[in-house]
Ligand binder design. Structure first.
Ligand code: 2M8
Length: 471
């Protein structure tokens, strides 16, 4: 998880296809500001999440970024997605980071040396470098939530046409392979949900959702002598995971890496195996997007719809807690659901076939004192009433734009338009006052983490455009 890069490249072109705000929109300045962030973070082949903190390409960031680029530079949206999927592994997994060979190892930890175990091949068993076509792009070996089919579908929807169809044709089999990997290798319990093997795979890296499962992983501080943290050199340690948790993160990553990133027999040996409601809800949303994409590229949408329905059922059966009214993560090593009320427990709202009982329950939670939305403030990442709610620490309280954008879509999907509008007002108010930050203080709204953060800018564009067709 970390960062340093100070480098910046000046080769980010501004696409002429449309950096002006939709006609009649009062937020021309906000629109132009968001477009400028995406221009500045464009490297020529992909968009980095942040020039200062995240100098490579991240998986689910690329998907959210495509949603915004679709409005202003669809060619870059397609290029971004291609860049990521060009690094897809033969087993279908899409790595959570694709490393830029022009960025030095010093600029981010854990970088390619850590994930590659010192090797120079993009994945275990890859053919020797010389046999590769094009430059070798090393990657991490874990994944992130599969938001890419949705990103591709929305990009097509905003700018349909021949180019978009050709891009969808290229992407479709790759997106299917990504889903297939998650549905097979990662369905550890055989119950229809994918397990994540590291908290970082959830995208909600330091969420209290993982605390119970992490407590069983030894916090071997010696690992921090072998691998020095960089995050706390550049960001206040009060915003970052504790040393104990960081040691656990590295231990889990090393355990997976040192067994060649194999998924066979995970249950018997891997120290962290959890079903996450956010990750699986997004997998379900991906199947729905794939059904729509299949119709465009001439494939059969039916299997995607069937799989989406299976995922929704499994989510309700396995992860919904009627007492809390939320979805909770399940630790597959113990079979227990975590009691923590975290924002990933609200994300099944994105599923159009979520039963009414769960929809009502989640909508009540979105409006409750625990997560309560107001015109001033979106949903925080964790239960405000929890004793360990922390307004600064990464994913343990602050407001994140991508999660709230998903909730905004979920509320609209289920016809809660007034609440969705309140959430939109709050989100746009945050960036108007604080800029396009990585995350925000859940009381004051102050920007925290990286400024000029790509997914915040990209998703603000989508909120500003407020498309009628959700896709
Ligand atoms: C954060 O995660 C990275 C590790 O992947 C880090 O902390 O260094 C998370 O917020 C994650 O969700 C996000 O994709 C990434 C890049 O924005 O940063």
């Amino acid at each position: 998880m970390f960062h340093l890069a100070k480098h910046a490249r000046a080769d980010g072109p501004t696409d002429p296809t449309g950096t002006s705000a939709p006609a009649g929109d009062l937020d021309e300045a906000l629109w132009r500001g968001a477009a400028a962030v995406l221009d500045a973070n464009w490297t020529g082949t992909h968009t980095v999440p942040s020039r200062t903190l995240y100098p490579h390409q991240w998986s689910w960031d690329a998907a959210f970024i495509s949603v915004g680029l679709a409005h202003i530079a669809p060619d870059r949206a397609w290029r971004d997605l291609r860049s990521l999927f060009e690094a897809q592994w033969p087993d279908g997994r899409v790595p959570h980071i694709v490393f830029d060979p022009n960025v030095t190892e010093r600029d981010y930890f854990p970088g390619p040396t850590f994930w590659g175990g010192g090797g120079t091949q993009p994945y275990p068993g890859a053919p020797p470098t010389g046999a590769q076509r094009g430059p070798v792009r090393l990657s991490s070996g874990i994944v992130q939530p599969p938001v890419h089919a949705l990103g591709a579908w929305l990009t097509w929807l905003r700018r349909p046409g021949e180019t978009a169809v050709a891009e969808l044709r290229w992407l479709y089999p790759r997106l299917v392979a990504q889903q297939e990997y998650l549905a097979t290798a990662r369905d550890v319990d055989g119950a229809g949900l994918s397990a994540i093997v590291h908290p970082w795979e959830s995208g909600l890296d330091n969420s209290p959702a993982w605390d119970q499962a992490l407590a069983a992983v030894p916090a071997d501080l010696a690992v921090l002598h072998r691998y020095a943290r960089r995050d706390t050199q550049v960001v206040s340690s009060t915003h970052r995971p504790t040393d104990e948790d960081y040691a656990r993160y590295l231990t889990i990553a090393l355990s997976y890496r040192d067994r060649g990133y194999r998924d066979a027999d995970l249950a018997g040996r891997h120290p962290f195996l959890v079903e996450c409601p956010g990750f699986n809800a997004l997998r379900g949303a991906a199947e729905r997007a794939l059904a729509r994409i299949a119709e465009v590229v001439g494939a059969d949408p039916a299997p995607h719809r069937a799989r989406a329905a299976t995922i929704t059922r499994a989510l309700v059966d396995r992860l919904f807690d009627p007492e809390s009214g939320l979805f909770h993560v399940r630790d597959l090593r113990t079979g227990r659901r975590s009691p923590a009320r975290c924002v990933n427990g609200l994300l099944p709202l994105v599923l159009p076939d979520l039963p009414q009982a769960q929809v009502s329950s989640l909508v009540a939670a979105v409006s409750s004192p625990r997560f309560g939305v107001s015109e001033r403030m979106p949903v925080p990442s964790y239960d405000r009433l929890a004793a360990d709610f922390d307004p600064y620490r990464y994913w343990r309280g602050p407001v994140w734009f991508n999660i709230n954008w998903l909730l905004w879509r979920g509320l609209r999907t289920h016809g809660h338009d007034a609440l969705a509008d309140t959430l939109r007002t709050a989100l746009l108010g945050l960036v108007r006052d604080a800029g396009y930050h990585e995350y925000f203080h859940p009381d004051s709204g102050a920007g925290i983490g990286s400024p000029a953060f790509s997914w915040t800018a990209a998703l603000a564009l989508d909120l500003l455009a407020k498309p009628d067709d959700l896709g």
